[in-house]
Design a protein around this ligand. Structure first.
Ligand SMILES: [Zn+2]
Length: 507
């Protein structure tokens, strides 16, 4: 097993034990930190079910409104179980409740490592289950620390989780699968580019494919050049070696030889220097995250597979560096993409759309029923909507309400922008079919998406996700780390809970 495969193993969420029914003192006694979630108005009947209720009631009366958690105390048992009480308002939206869950879990993980208990009490069954799932998602995210190469490794604070006090055992498959996909995406995105170089990434994908039983195919750079993928090759030609590739992974829950119902495409720029149009220090500092789109595509594939989604899914990961050097592509080069379209290059730092163009052409050839791509594509998208949301763009504007709803319901919020013909006027080229980007002017997120649309088969409903929420200081929703892995939960919501992929192929 390679070192990176060992790193991936650590992304597995901790074990969850469920003890339904009213918790007794033995169940409570085995918990190191207990998250107890109560309604804002606590009825007298509820106090009777809570241990140390006199002491807790007194503390609650003195609480500072708005504090998360509301109070902290300890149970008088052998482990001195630390109790963190939070009051939840279930009318809040999923993003707010996931944020609440992150803060609750965050307060408990300052304690020593151990068993984290989750007890939601005093709500109707459905609300209770939903709150438990949010807290579980937050705990699974907090239990995973992104890769560290310190000689003294940091230990996870949450060794195991215990869900207590629910009426019956909850189905945790979906929340676990989403955590697995998100943790994997965060792990890969956080890895330094000298640990996860293109060769190592490809090797790792082979290992994952074998472990998951996925079909795996690599289109190496030489093969891609022969196939006419001149847009991807333009970026890859600055590499020192032949490490660039587009990797295809296939999840098939049934028959192996069916075409995909869904294809996921990801931008996998191992490190983005900006190329010949070199980035300044501040803009280049964190460019090891520029493969985040491919990590989210892979994480989403894993989450769909682990939740046993009954649809055949492909992932296409476009992996290369964007480097300077005598061979690197330049402004005003003209290259031909695999669909025959010629591109006048303008700015070598707009490499993501070049690499994605050919990956989208390749993915389109299999005629999936739906196509989604993920990319840390433009600074313009961050300027437009900050790092709290990601931008979405589609060739089916009718999907805008569905995309927004899935963003809202998953807690990974997205916002749609217009694209198309009108914007392509700004990409009119004198020397080729299209300019890569506009030399001046704003709205690059819209222009980039309009450019990408030119490489997608028009018969396929397509969504482009510009991952402006890929990183955010302090985390986002239930995720406590700066690298958020944003996109996996949104994707599962879109695929499993909307009719985005409708005619699920009979398998
Ligand atoms: Zn770039």
């Amino acid at each position: 097993m390679t070192n990176l495969s060992k790193e991936i193993k650590k992304t597995a969420p901790p074990r969850v034990i469920q003890v339904p029914g009213a918790p007794n003192s033995t169940a409570l006694g085995n918990i190191d930190q207990l998250l107890l979630i109560l309604p804002e108005k606590i009825p007298v009947s509820l106090w009777r079910k809570i241990p140390n209720s006199n002491k807790i009631q007194a503390l609650m009366r003195r609480r500072v409104k708005g504090n998360i958690p509301a109070i902290r105390t300890r149970l008088n048992n052998k482990r001195h179980t630390a109790v963190f009480i939070g009051t939840a308002d279930p009318t809040k939206n999923p993003f707010e409740l996931l944020t609440f869950a992150r803060k609750m879990v965050g307060s408990a993980t300052t304690e020593k490592a151990g068993t984290l208990g989750i007890w939601v009490n005093g709500f109707d069954d459905e609300t209770q289950e939903q709150l438990v799932l949010y807290l579980t998602a937050a705990a699974m995210a907090a239990a995973y620390s992104t890769p560290s190469f310190k000689s003294k490794p940091t230990q996870t604070k949450i060794k195991q989780m215990k869900i207590i006090g629910s009426r019956e055992r909850l189905d945790l498959r979906r929340v676990t699968a989403e955590a697995e996909g998100n943790n994997l995406a965060r792990c890969l995105t956080a890895l330094p580019a000298n640990k996860l170089d293109a060769y190592a990434y490809r090797e790792l994908l082979t290992d994952i494919a074998i472990a998951e039983g996925w079909e795996h195919k690599e289109y190496g750079i030489n093969e891609l050049v022969e196939m006419g993928a001149g847009a991807f090759a333009a970026v890859a030609q600055g590499n020192e070696n032949d490490s660039a590739a587009i990797v295809r992974l296939r999840y098939r829950p049934g028959a192996k030889d069916v075409s995909p119902a869904l294809s996921l495409v990801g931008k996998g720029i191992i490190f983005d220097t900006g190329g010949s149009n070199l980035k300044p220090f501040n803009s280049m500092l964190n460019m090891h995250i520029d493969m985040g789109g491919s990590a989210v595509a892979l994480g989403s594939l894993l989450a769909l597979a682990r939740s046993q989604a009954n649809i055949p899914v492909d992932a296409w990961l476009a992996i290369t560096e964007n480097r300077t050097g005598p061979m690197a592509y330049k402004s005003q080069d003209v290259v031909t993409a695999m669909n025959g379209k010629t591109i006048q290059t303008i700015h070598t730092d707009a490499e993501g759309r070049m690499a994605l163009a050919d990956a989208l052409v390749l993915a389109s050839l299999d005629k999936p029923e739906a196509l989604i791509d993920y990319a840390t594509l433009t600074g313009a998208c961050i300027s437009a909507i900050t790092k709290r949301y990601s931008g979405v763009f589609t060739n089916r504007p009718d999907l805008h309400p569905i995309l927004k709803k899935c963003g809202r319901d998953s807690g990974e919020r997205v916002w749609p922008f217009p694209i198309g013909k009108e914007f392509l006027e700004e990409l009119k080229s004198q020397t080729a079919d299209i300019m890569q980007c506009s030399p001046g002017g704003g709205g690059d997120h819209i222009l980039a998406a309009s450019f990408l649309e030119e490489f997608v088969d028009k018969t396929i409903p397509w969504v482009h996700v510009d991952l402006s929420a890929c990183t955010r200081k302090g985390g986002l929703a239930h995720i406590p780390t700066e690298i958020t892995g944003f996109g996996v939960r949104f994707t599962l919501q879109l695929i499993l809970d909307s009719n985005f992929v409708t005619g699920k192929i009979d398998i």
